[in-house]
Design a protein around this ligand. Structure first.
Ligand code: FES
Ligand SMILES: [Fe+2]
Length: 411
């Protein structure tokens, strides 16, 4: 017979059945950080304290697991074609903690490379820029825009400049990263093993059969550094429960009674509403996609392709929001704004509408940042036993914890 204390210990040590395949090493790494009790909490139903435990929001070891098991194995949006307007345009970005760069070549093709010199591993590019070629600041190895090493001075001795022919030289050229694009949106897959981009995007795009994205045009971007874990940003993005308390302008556009929780279908989250009317920044000022029904004209829809490709679609826009984990308590967020056609993007009479769209998104995001930073601070409390989420509004946010766990452990 076991005493009461031993019995409690026994139950805590027993894990709930995962319900998905797990690689033993990855599962052991998870257990070492959040223990069996943390896995239980993650898999617990919404009507008990549940969700990933605090360590998943604060612990560097957990953060490293997410980077290597999720962000290095999935398609990650890295920017838009419009950010690289000319031959030699370069954008550096960090994915899964690794320095990457996007480069537009002489042939107008955008390529992705590991942003490290083949000599000693120096980070090559630190800021967005436009260059004829890439020269390492340390010993001046010089690379062409397609990644091939062009020259290295003094390497073989004083005043000898080694020049390389047009041939590919895998030992010396910049290391490529798999890149794929859709309608001006650029994605990389560090693993090189993810399913085709089109396959990954298809279920999300299928939700938008009524919208013609063929001519969308990038008009600019915005960015935020948030002192909060990326999952808090995403959970907040998905649930409309906080709209009545945090977003007066959004509430005026679409009141609580036209909203619902949304839902996940495999790796795609989808939520929407049909607003009573159009407002500035949400359909009122810019040209619309052609042939939308009245209902679709007033619809606002937001989706996530796990892990972090988030898209909001209104009658006049295609807005991308992406979170990049920088540290357990820091997230870099980029928003990219696309409008429906050339006219919407460039015509002077739409200047005000474009400005209104960018301002609306900026203000709206600022309303979330302070809350997110307080959420992160709350995760330092050892007394917090897990979230008590609303079954009416937060089921998808609740399920995100399970999706993160699954993505870390799955083979
Ligand atoms: S590290 Fe780049 S040239 Fe030496
Ligand atoms: Fe919000």
């Amino acid at each position: 017979m076991v005493s009461g204390a031993q019995e409690t210990e026994h139950i805590a040590a027993d894990k709930r059945p995962l319900g998905f395949d797990a690689e033993p090493d990855a599962l052991a790494a998870v257990e070492a950080i959040i223990r069996a009790s943390g896995i239980n909490q993650t898999l617990a139903p919404i009507d008990c304290p549940s969700g990933l435990p605090n360590q998943a929001y604060t612990d560097p070891a957990w953060f490293a697991l997410e980077q290597s098991r999720i962000f290095a194995r999935q398609w990650i949006f890295v920017g838009s074609d419009g950010e690289l307007p000319e031959v030699g345009s370069i954008k550096p970005i960090e994915i899964a903690g690794q320095p990457i760069m996007l480069v537009r070549g002489e042939d107008q093709t955008v390529r992705a490379f590991h942003n490290v010199c083949r000599h000693r591993g120096t980070q090559l590019i630190t800021e967005p820029c436009a260059l004829r070629s890439v020269t390492c600041p340390y010993h001046a190895w010089n690379y062409r825009l397609d990644g091939r090493l062009r020259s290295r001075p003094h390497f073989r001795g004083p005043n000898q400049v080694e020049r390389f022919s047009e041939e590919v030289n895998p030992e010396l050229d910049l290391l490529p990263v798999r890149l794929s694009s859709w309608q001006g949106c650029l994605f990389v897959d560090l693993s090189g093993q993810a399913p085709d981009l089109s396959h990954w995007l298809a279920p999300m795009l299928a939700r938008f059969g009524a919208y013609d994205f063929a001519n969308i045009q990038w008009i600019g971007k915005d960015s935020f550094t948030i002192r909060a874990n990326w999952k808090l940003v995403l959970e907040n993005y998905m649930e409309p429960y906080h709209v009545f308390a945090a977003h007066p302008r959004l509430l005026a556009h679409a009141p609580m009674d036209v909203r619902w929780s949304g839902r996940w279908q495999d790796h795609v989250f989808y939520n929407d509403y049909v607003a009573p009317t159009l407002t500035e920044g949400r359909g009122a000022a810019l040209p619309h996609y052609p042939n939308l029904s009245d209902e679709d004209t007033r619809r606002g829809a937001w989706t996530t392709c796990f892990p972090t490709f988030c898209v909001e679609v209104f009658a006049d826009q295609f807005t991308v929001l992406v979170t990049y984990p920088i540290a357990p308590d820091e997230t870099y967020e980029e928003l990219h704004f696309f409008v429906v056609n050339e006219d919407a993007a460039h015509a002077p009479e739409h200047e005000e509408g474009r400005k209104g769209l960018l301002e609306m998104w900026h203000d709206l995001n600022l309303e979330d940042v302070a809350i997110l930073e307080r959420l992160q601070k709350g995760r330092k409390s050892a007394a917090f036993p897990g979230s008590l989420m609303s079954p009416a509004w937060e089921t998808p946010s609740h399920q995100l914890s399970q999706k993160v766990l699954q993505a870390i452990v799955e083979p």
